[in-house]
Design a protein around this ligand. Structure first.
Ligand SMILES: Nc1ccn([C@@H]2O[C@H](COP(=O)(O)OP(=O)(O)OP(=O)(O)O)[C@@H](O)[C@H]2O)c(=O)n1
Ligand SMILES: C[C@](O)(CO)[C@H](O)COP(=O)(O)O
Length: 239
C-alpha cells in the first residue's frame, strides 16, 4: 500500500467528565449555541473529509453520547462508540482498540476542541503522509511561561521555542499503537505525542489554529458560543 492510500481513522475522545466546566454532565454533551460539543466536533471531522472510520470514546455507562453517535449520518464512513477509561490515555487506548485493522493513519482528537477548522486536519494528515511518524498542530504562545517549584520561579524558557499544542494529533498507526503499548505505566501523560517522544521517535509540528482552542472552562464555552453564533450570522448574510 502506498503512503497516500493509507486509510485514516479518527479517535474522538469524549469520555471526560468536564469538571472544570462545571455543568454536572460530560463535557461533550454540553450545548454550544444549541448543539452539543460532540456534534460540533463530528461536524469538523466530517468537514475535513479525511476519515474512513471515526471511533468516538464516551464515558462508561453513557447512553446520550452513544445516541448522538448512532444518529450521526454515516454516509461514506463507519462510526462507532466505545467506552472510555478514567484517564485520557486510557480512553485513547480504548479508541485505538476499536479502530479497524486496515487504518494506517490515526488522528486523536479532543471533542473539547470542537471548533477545529478543516485545514488543521489537512496539515496534520499531509505531514503524516509525507513520512512523519507523529505530528502535532501547535500555535505560538502569547504569555511568558515560567517554570516553577512551588511558588518559586526556577526558569523562563525562551518563548520563541514554545508552542501550545492542540489536536488532532496524527500518527502512523503502528507508531501510536507501539507508544501506547510501551507506556502503560506512565502517569501524567497529557497528550499522545508525549508517549511517542518518550520512545525517541521524532514528533513534527504542523500549523495549528486559534479556533482549535480547548473548551475547558466556562469562559472558553462563552468564546465558543460567540464564534458559532458569528459564523451562523455570516452564513445567513451570504444567503
Ligand atoms: N478520561 C478521559 C478524560 C478526558 N477525555 C477527553 O479528553 C479531551 C481533553 O480532556 P479535557 O479537556 O481535560 O476534558 P475533561 O477531562 O472532561 O475535563 P475536566 O478535567 O475538567 O474534567 C476531552 O475531549 C475529554 O472528553 C476522555 O476521553 N477520557
Ligand atoms: C491533548 C491536549 O489537548 C493537547 O493540548 C491536552 O494535553 C489535553 O489535556 P487535558 O488536561 O486532558 O485537557
Amino acid at each position: 500500500m502506498s503512503e497516500d492510500s493509507r486509510r485514516v481513522g479518527v479517535i474522538i475522545v469524549a469520555a471526560g467528565a468536564g469538571v472544570r466546566l462545571g455543568r454536572g454532565m460530560p463535557k461533550a454533551l454540553v450545548r454550544c449555541a444549541g448543539r452539543t460539543l460532540l456534534e460540533l466536533a463530528l461536524d469538523g471531522v466530517r468537514a475535513s473529509a479525511l476519515a474512513g472510520h471515526i471511533s468516538v470514546v464516551v464515558p462508561s455507562g453513557d447512553t446520550e453520547l452513544r445516541a448522538i453517535v448512532h444518529a450521526h449520518d454515516p454516509s461514506g464512513l463507519t462510526i462507532t462508540a466505545v467506552d472510555g477509561g478514567p484517564s485520557r490515555p486510557e480512553s485513547v487506548r480504548a479508541g485505538l482498540a476499536a479502530l479497524p485493522g486496515d487504518v494506517g493513519i490515526v488522528l486523536v482528537h479532543d471533542a473539547a476542541r470542537a471548533l477545529t477548522p478543516p485545514h488543521v486536519f489537512h496539515s496534520v494528515v499531509a505531514a503524516v503522509r509525507g513520512g512523519a511518524p507523529a505530528v502535532v498542530p501547535g500555535i505560538a504562545v502569547s504569555d511568558t511561561i515560567k517554570v516553577v517549584d512551588g511558588n518559586t520561579v526556577t526558569a523562563t524558557p525562551d518563548r520563541a521555542t514554545l508552542r501550545a499544542v492542540q489536536t488532532p494529533q496524527g500518527f502512523d498507526a503502528a507508531t501510536l499503537r507501539g507508544a501506547h503499548a510501551a507506556a502503560r505505566k506512565h502517569s501524567s501523560v497529557t497528550d499522545d505525542a508525549m508517549l511517542v517522544e518518550s520512545l525517541g521517535t521524532p514528533v513534527t509540528l504542523a500549523p495549528g489554529d486559534p479556533l482549535a482552542f480547548k473548551v475547558t472552562t466556562p469562559l472558553d464555552l462563552m468564546l465558543a458560543e460567540a464564534v458559532v453564533l458569528q459564523a451562523r450570522a455570516e452564513s445567513q448574510e451570504d444567503q
